[in-house]
Design a protein around this ligand. Structure first.
Ligand SMILES: [Zn+2]
Ligand SMILES: [Zn+2]
Length: 352
């Protein structure tokens, strides 16, 4: 990690061996401007069975990290290291780990592990697993110099893709892709995108490449400019009515008040998919105007490994490019605050 902080700011967690790693942990969850992240030194983690250790090169900043830091998402483990868009190099193999070689670049994503045995895993819906492990929520993630991953849930990355380009694909890209699929827009149809951050700007590129008409509704001038630069068909303010009825929509903004707005913009029989893991309360819905005529409202929950593999291949083939803003790992709190306050367009990426 960079040298942006004085050493006496670093809290040593436990007896730290000769090769400690620095990591950001969620100390006391609270508003991002009160500094909920804390920098600690920890022993270099040792990979267990089927795990590999990854020397982190960079880690994307996802809105989920912000929800975790601010306490919107209940912590599943105190002092967890956030970060689930990790690009790094394998430097140690645990017992039985044979999928990757030392020195290989891999990606670590949100789905850290599933039990493989519950009724959802058995029917191919591992995103709904009853006992899942999420990176940066249940187990330590990539806001650190090193982390562990179960090799069966890690991802190979397109070789020519730079680290900073690859990181945002690992959650923002994959979840957006699943949300787009669940919105079930027919070929050549009209897609609405509500909110235009890291995930939406990748999803819009996939939709445009697939020949959909894309209408973006978002607040924030730089978000609107990025949407226009990507060539979407129209750009409006967050609650504006799109110029034509939508055959499907994805809500990326964590704003429940936009649910009725988006439902009213749907054509008959169309679906609104809510992409986020957290949403503020949805106001009362009026059945006649917002749901009747077979409009559908559905959530998007995590992703399967198949979603991830499909999306990484597709993004490579379509030339999906993330618009990124680089921060040193030492400035993770500033990156999170900038995300909270909408100070950049695209996706933030932390570099060790
Ligand atoms: Zn399961
Ligand atoms: Zn995420």
């Amino acid at each position: 990690m960079g040298s942006g902080r004085a050493d006496d700011d670093v809290v040593t967690d436990t007896a730290v061996g000769p090769d400690p790693v620095r990591a950001w942990v969620v100390g006391d969850p609270g508003p991002v401007d009160t500094g909920p992240l804390r920098l600690v030194e920890r022993p270099l983690p040792v990979p267990g069975p089927r795990q590999v250790r990854v020397r982190v090169r960079c880690c994307g900043v996802c809105r989920t990290d912000l929800h975790l830091a601010e306490g919107d998402l209940p912590p599943r483990r105190p002092g967890v290291v956030p970060g689930h868009e990790v690009v790094g190099v394998v430097d140690s193999l645990g017992p039985g780990a044979a999928r990757f070689t030392i020195g290989e670049r891999i990606g670590v994503a949100w789905l850290g592990r599933t039990d493989g045995t519950c009724r959802f895993c058995r029917r191919g819906d591992e995103n709904l697993c009853l006992a899942p492990t999420f990176t940066g929520w249940d187990v330590d993630g990539g806001y650190a110099e090193a982390c562990l991953v179960d090799e069966r849930f890690a991802h190979r990355l397109p070789e020519h893709l730079p680290d900073e380009q690859a990181a945002p694909l690992l959650c923002a890209g994959i979840i957006g892709y699943r949300a787009l699929r669940l919105a079930e827009v027919p070929p050549g149809g009209r897609l609405g995108i509500y909110g235009f951050g890291g995930s939406a700007h990748l999803t819009a590129q996939v939709a445009l490449a697939q020949g959909l008409r894309v209408h973006v509704m978002t607040r924030g001038e730089h978000h609107r400019r990025l949407a226009a630069d990507l060539g979407v068909d129209s750009v409006g303010d967050a609650a504006d009515t799109p110029p034509e009825p939508l055959d499907g929509a994805v809500l990326f903004a964590p704003a429940g008040e936009l649910v009725p707005v988006a439902l009213r913009a749907l054509d008959r029989g169309a679906t609104l998919a809510v992409a986020g893991i957290w949403l503020s309360d949805i106001p009362v819905l009026r059945y006649g105007e917002e749901l009747f005529e077979e409009r559908r409202l559905r959530s998007v929950t995590a992703n399967t490994r198949q979603d991830a593999e499909e999306f990484l291949r597709l993004a490579d083939r379509l030339g999906v490019r993330a618009t990124t803003v680089a921060y040193p790992m030492a400035e993770a709190p500033r990156a999170l605050a900038d995300l909270a306050h909408g100070r950049f367009a695209g996706a933030a990426v932390l570099h060790t």
